[in-house]
Design a protein around this ligand. Structure first.
Ligand SMILES: Nc1ncnc2c1ncn2[C@@H]1O[C@H](COP(=O)(O)OP(=O)(O)OP(=O)(O)O)[C@@H](O)[C@H]1O
Ligand SMILES: O=P(O)(O)OC[C@H]1O[C@H](OP(=O)(O)OP(=O)(O)O)[C@H](O)[C@@H]1O
Ligand SMILES: [Mg+2]
Length: 283
């Protein structure tokens, strides 16, 4: 049966989600494309381009099998969908903010009005902490709610903090949630094999993006020291070299650590240290 996958049609998740699907070998709309449905017969998949806020609802209802949305939107929806994989883009932090002096912490919110476009998420958060504040649900531009007198506090996505500053607001208390784009599927279902395949493909993209391949030569008597620096995902590959007493080592290394690991390898005597891209993988 054809797998139905929902992808954000607009907003900050839309471009990176399509790019990730493309990297995982799926057909996607051309850049700037406006189709709402796209068939990928080679992979037996049908893509539905939907508002990210609606994707968890469709997945929870079982009308699509899987989707990409934000963790915050998934939690806000209350849909019976679960996060299968965090995708490493669309990161955001959800904060309370208010004019200086309004309150110091969440427990001071009793009797206050909190404006947000994530009312479900916020109600759960306040209820878990036993805070009796009223939630004002807005569609966007939430920062203006205080100035316009409909709320005392806001709860919204903060990226650079520019919008908050312009509205004369300050972050208040601890972050409510750290979010990023996630792959979701219906909760408690026996997962179809086709979703496991999608999950493996996207996981392969995550690993290819996050790791590089490192090769180097080292004297055999120092291979344990060097291997400790490059443990790989399971264990490094060690092969004999024609040159007596030397071995070649190959291991995956987190991309962000590559330069530091090369310095440390050099210091223990490794030479001919090479870093190459991983184009795709199944781990
Ligand atoms: N700077 C940001 N502003 C809003 N949402 C962001 C931001 N960065 C990441 N996100 C994430 O994007 C998702 C919201 O996407 P959505 O398309 O609804 O809003 P958007 O990207 O602000 O687009 P728009 O408001 O223009 O429709 C959430 O998961 C949110 O955490
Ligand atoms: O901290 P900053 O870098 O200023 O970014 C955060 C702002 O960006 C988003 O708004 P968006 O532009 O998506 O408008 P919206 O509220 O209408 O969704 C978000 O809702 C905040 O308002
Ligand atoms: Mg927005």
């Amino acid at each position: 049966m054809t797998l139905r996958i929902a992808v954000p049609n607009k907003g900050s998740l839309s471009g990176p989600a399509a790019e990730m699907m493309r990297e995982a070998g799926y057909r996607q709309r051309a850049d700037g494309g406006r189709e709402l449905v796209l068939r990928d017969p080679d992979n037996d998949v049908e893509f539905f381009y939907l508002r990210p806020r609606d994707i968890a609802v469709y997945v929870g209802a079982g009308t699509v099998d899987a989707g990409i949305t934000g963790r915050d939107l998934l939690l806000d929806s209350g849909a019976s969908a679960e996060e299968l994989l965090a995708l490493g883009f669309g990161g955001s932090t959800f904060h309370f903010a208010a004019r200086p002096g309004t309150a110091e912490k969440v427990s001071d919110f009793a009797g206050l009005r909190v404006a947000t476009s994530y009312a479900g998420l916020l109600r759960d958060y306040l209820a878990e902490r036993g805070v009796d504040a009223s939630v004002v649900r807005l569609d966007g531009a939430v920062e203006t709610a205080v100035q316009l007198g409909v709320a005392d506090v806001i709860a919204d996505v903060v990226e650079t903090g520019t919008t908050l500053r312009q509205a004369g607001l300050e972050i208040l208390g601890e972050p409510i949630l750290r979010s990023e784009a996630v792959l979701i599927a219906r909760a408690d279902d026996e997962r179809p094999a086709a979703i496991d395949l999608l999950l493996r493909r996207l996981n392969g993209v995550m690993v290819a993006r996050g790791y590089v391949m490192m090769d180097y030569d080292i004297r055999a008597d120092r291979v344990d020291e060097a291997s400790a620096l490059t443990p790989g995902l399971e264990s490094p590959t060690v092969s004999p070299l024609h040159r007596e007493g030397w071995v070649a080592v190959r291991a995956m290394v987190p991309r962000a650590d590559a330069q530091r690991v090369m310095d440390d390898l050099w210091a223990v005597g490794a030479r001919a240290i090479l870093v190459t891209e991983i184009l795709a993988c199944r781990i």
